[in-house]
Ligand binder design. Structure first.
Ligand code: NOJ
Length: 713
C-alpha cells in the first residue's frame, strides 16, 4: 500500500478520523436508534464514529470480526481499524502481576509472559497492547505500583525491554506478534502523595537518570507506540507537553512511532487549567506532537476548524495521520484487516495447558520469602490450620486481568491437600472472632497455622491509592492471637503493593505472593512444601512506616547523612523511626543458605575505554539446591551532580546445587559509570567509585575503583 498516495486521497475529516480511538460499543450499537450518553457527550455522529482509526478493548475474535466488517462496509477508502487493548499480565492465561514478575529477577520470564500474551491476544484480533508500564515506582501508596517493575531504573529498563521483545519479536506483521505501547509517558509513578492522577514535579536530572529510563528502553527495543500520562510535568500535562513529545521523544530519542493519549487525557487538560476548552486542547495537542486521541473528542470536533483558521498547520495533521497509516501497514492490515483473529484458534489456544504451565513457572520464581525461622517448608507429618480471607478463594489474578477467569483458578486449600498436607481446620474468615469456640480450640491444637492474608484484588491498580499500607487491621488480630497462644504461624501474603509489615513480624514465616495469576495457588503450594525453593527478591523497598515514603535504596547521601551509631542530632533522620526500610530492595530468602566472599577486581584502576572484571565467590552452604540472584551495585563518590549511594548495574540469577561454590563474574564498562545531565546527554567523570556485590541492596561486599579519562590503548 502506498500510504502517501492514500493520505493524499483523504478528506480533512477522514484524516482527523484516523486520530480518533473509540470503544467497540460505538461501532456495535446502532446509534441512530440508540444515542446513549457517551456518544452525545462526546458530540459524535455516526459519520465521525465510522471515520475513527482505532478501537480500544475488544473482547474476542467474533466481536473484532463483526466490528471490522461493519466498519469496512461503511468505509470509502477501506482503511481498516487497529484494535488495541490492555493486555497487561496475560490475556486469558493470567501471569503474576508485573511487580511480582520483576521480583523473579529473571527477565526471560517477562519475555515468556509477553509471548503467551501476544499469542492469545492476537487470536482475539488484538493488534496492540497497552503494555509494558514502565513507570518507575517509589511510593507504595500509589495503587499502580502493582503494574510496574519497581523502584530501580536499571531493573525497570531490563524488564520493560524483554516485554517489548516478547510482544513484537521484531516483526509485528506476523500473525502471533502484537505491537507494544509503552506507558505512561512520563513519570506517572511520581504522583505526589501516591495519589493517582496527582501532580508530578520532578527535576530534569531525575527524569533522565531515573524516571525516563524504562520508556527509553522500550523504545530502543522497538516499541511502536507510547502513551502519555495523566499528570503534568513542569506544569504542563504530559499529553500536550511539547518538550516531552518532541524534544525528548523525537529529537533526543529519535522515536518514529505513534503517541497516544491515556483515556480522555486530552480533554482533561481543561480541568488541569492548561486549555480554556476542548478546542484549545486540540490545538495544543497537535502542536505538541500528540497523534491519537483515546476516548475524548477534541480532535474530531475541532481540528478541522483549527486548520481552516490557520491555527494549526495541515502538515502537522498529515504527519500524525501518516504515522497511523504506517502502523496499519506494518501490522499488515491493508492485506488482511482481520489479521490474527480466529474464533477457532482462540478457543483452541487460550488458557491452554502449555500456557498455564508457563504461567506457573513464572509464579514459582516471583514469590518472595521474607521471613522463615524454620517453619517452612511445611511438613507432611504435621497438622496445619489454614485460616484467612485467601484460604479458599480463587481470586488470585489481580488487577488488569479483565479477560482472566478467576473461577478457573485453584484454591490454596485444594493445592495443599493435593500435596498431602494435613489441614485440620480450614476457614475463610476476615477476623479471628469469626471462628467459633470449637474452631478456636481446634486451631490451638494445630502444629502451626497458615494465615492466607492480604488486601482485596480491587485495592490496588488504577485509581486505588491508599494512605494506610499496613495489612488490613482486622487481620493483625490473627497474628496477635497466634502469638498469645504460642502457636507457630506462617503468613502467605496476597497483595498489590509493598506493605508496612512491622506489626506482624512476630509471625514465624512470610511468603509474599502478590497476585500470581491463573496458577497462583498451584505455585504457592509447591513453594510452601519445598517442592520448589523460593527465589524471588523484592523490587521495591518495604517501609517500616508509611511516613518514610518515598523510600528507595538509591537515594542521595545528603550533606548530613545519618551514620548508624553516631549520636549527632543534626543529621538527616527521623526522631521516631529509622531511615532504613524493613525489607530492602533486592532482599529475599531461600531454603538454601548462600555465603559471599572473595570480592576481586581485575584492576583497581581503569581508564574509561577499558573493561574490567569483578568476581565474587558464592557458596551454597546448605543441603538444598536453589537459585540465587547475585546483585552488582556501583557508587560514584564525586561528580558534578550528587550521585546515589548505590545503583544497581547488573545481576545474575544462577542455580546452585547443594554445597556448590561458584565464582561469579561481572564486566564493568563505562556505561555503568556514567550518568545523564539535565538534557539527557551522557556524562562520564573520572574519580573514585565503589563496586559492590551481594545478595541484597543492604548486604554487599565492597571495593574501591579509580576511574580515569580515556587514553588510546
Ligand atoms: C487508563 C489507564 O491509565 C491506562 O493504563 C490504560 O491503558 C487505558 N486506561 C486504556 O484502558
Amino acid at each position: 500500500m502506498d500510504i502517501i498516495k492514500l493520505l493524499k486521497k483523504l478528506t480533512i475529516e477522514e484524516k482527523i478520523g484516523q486520530l480518533l480511538q473509540l470503544s467497540p460499543f460505538h461501532f456495535i450499537k446502532d446509534i441512530e436508534v440508540e444515542v446513549f450518553g457517551n456518544v452525545k457527550e462526546l458530540g459524535l455522529t455516526e459519520k465521525k464514529i465510522f471515520s475513527a482509526g482505532s478501537v480500544l478493548g475488544i473482547h474476542n475474535a467474533a466481536e473484532m470480526i463483526a466490528v471490522q466488517e461493519k466498519y469496512l462496509r461503511k468505509s470509502t477508502h477501506q482503511i481498516p481499524l487497529i484494535f488495541m487493548a490492555d493486555v497487561i499480565h496475560g490475556y486469558e492465561t493470567i501471569f503474576p502481576v508485573p511487580l511480582a514478575i520483576s521480583s523473579s529477577w529473571n527477565p526471560k520470564l517477562a519475555f515468556d509472559t509477553a509471548r503467551v500474551s501476544a499469542i492469545e491476544a492476537s487470536s482475539a484480533g488484538i493488534h496492540v497492547t497497552f503494555s509494558p508500564m514502565a513507570d518507575l515506582t517509589r511510593d507504595p501508596r500509589w495503587g499502580r505500583v502493582v503494574e510496574g517493575f519497581g523502584e530501580d531504573p536499571y531493573l525497570n529498563a531490563v524488564f520493560t525491554k524483554e516485554m517489548v521483545k516478547g510482544y513484537q519479536q521484531g516483526d509485528i506483521s506476523k500473525d502471533e506478534n502484537i505491537a507494544s505501547c509503552v506507558k505512561h509517558f512520563a513519570a506517572y509513578g511520581a504522583a505526589e502523595g501516591g495519589r493517582d492522577y496527582n501532580t508530578v514535579d520532578v527535576s530534569r536530572l531525575s527524569l533522565h537518570n531515573y524516571y525516563l529510563k524504562g520508556y527509553k528502553a522500550a523504545i530502543d527495543a522497538g516499541a511502536k507506540l507510547i502513551m502519555t500520562s495523566f499528570n503534568v510535568i513542569d506544569g504542563i500535562p504530559a499529553t500536550i507537553n511539547k518538550h516531552l513529545l518532541r524534544d525528548v521523544l523525537r529529537d533526543l530519542w529519535k522515536f518514529e512511532g505513534l503517541t497516544i493519549t491515556d483515556y480522555d487525557s486530552l480533554h482533561q487538560v481543561v480541568p488541569h487549567g492548561n486549555a480554556e476548552n476542548d478546542r484549545e486542547a486540540a490545538q495544543k495537542g497537535l502542536i505538541a506532537g500528540l497523534d491519537i486521541e483515546m476516548a475524548s473528542s477534541c480532535y474530531i470536533n475541532y481540528l478541522k476548524m483549527l486548520i481552516e483558521n490557520n491555527e494549526v498547520s495541515i502538515e502537522l495533521l498529515d504527519e500524525a495521520v501518516l504515522r497511523v497509516l504506517k502502523l496499519k501497514e506494518e501490522i499488515g492490515l491493508f492485506e488482511n484487516p482481520y489479521k490474527g483473529a480466529s474464533v477457532e484458534k482462540e478457543s483452541r489456544i487460550i488458557r491452554s495447558n502449555k500456557h498455564l504451565e508457563i504461567s506457573k513457572n513464572v509464579a514459582l520464581e516471583s514469590a518472595v520469602l521474607l521471613k522463615n525461622d524454620g517453619v517452612l517448608p511445611l511438613s507432611k507429618n504435621k497438622k496445619y490450620a489454614l485460616i484467612g480471607p485467601y484460604a479458599e478463594t480463587k481470586n488470585t489474578n489481580g488487577p488488569w486481568s479483565w479477560h482472566g477467569k478467576n473461577e478457573l483458578n485453584h484454591t490454596l486449600k485444594e493445592k495443599l491437600e493435593e500435596q498431602g498436607i494435613i489441614l485440620s481446620l480450614v476457614r475463610e474468615v476476615n477476623h479471628i472472632n469469626e471462628l467459633s469456640n470449637e474452631e478456636q480450640a481446634l486451631l490451638k491444637k494445630a502444629d502451626a497455622v497458615i494465615f492466607a492474608l492480604g488486601e482485596n484484588e480491587r485495592e490496588s491498580g488504577e485509581a486505588h491509592s491508599k494512605v494506610d499500607i499496613k495489612i488490613p487491621r482486622n487481620q493483625e488480630k490473627f497474628i496477635e492471637f497466634a502469638k498469645e497462644q504460642n502457636l507457630d504461624s506462617i503468613i502467605v501474603l496476597y497483595h498489590g503493593r509493598p506493605f508496612d509489615l512491622s506489626n506482624i513480624l512476630s509471625t514465624n514465616a512470610i511468603l509474599d505472593v502478590y497476585y500470581l495469576g491463573s496458577m497462583a495457588n498451584d505455585a504457592i503450594a509447591d513453594l510452601l512444601t519445598g517442592l520448589i525453593n523460593p527465589s524471588g527478591k523484592l523490587t521495591m523497598s518495604y517501609p517500616r512506616h508509611v511516613g518514610q515514603i518515598p523510600i528507595y535504596y538509591n537515594y542521595l547521601n545528603t550533606g548530613r547523612p545519618k551514620v548508624e551509631g553516631d549520636r549527632n542530632e543534626y543529621v538527616s533522620y527521623y526522631l521516631d523511626e529509622l531511615n532504613t526500610p524493613l525489607f530492602p530492595f533486592g532482599y529475599g530468602l531461600s531454603y538454601s543458605k548462600f555465603r559471599y566472599d572473595n570480592l576481586v577486581l581485575s584492576k583497581n584502576e581503569m581508564y574509561f575505554n577499558e573493561e574490567i572484571t569483578v568476581s565474587v565467590d558464592v557458596h551454597n552452604e546448605s543441603e538444598i539446591g536453589g537459585f540465587e540472584t547475585i546483585e552488582l551495585y556501583i557508587r560514584d563518590y564525586v561528580a558534578s551532580i550528587s550521585r546515589p549511594v548505590k545503583e544497581l548495574k547488573g545481576f545474575q540469577k544462577i542455580w546452585f546445587a547443594p554445597h556448590q561454590r561458584r565464582t561469579v563474574e561481572f564486566k564493568i564498562k563505562k556505561d555503568s559509570l556514567s550518568y545523564l545531565n539535565a538534557e539527557g546527554l551522557e556524562i562520564l567523570e573520572p574519580g573514585r567509585f565503589s563496586i559492590m556485590v551481594g545478595s541484597s541492596s543492604d548486604h554487599l561486599l565492597c571495593l574501591d575503583l579509580i576511574c580515569k579519562k580515556e587514553v588510546s590503548l
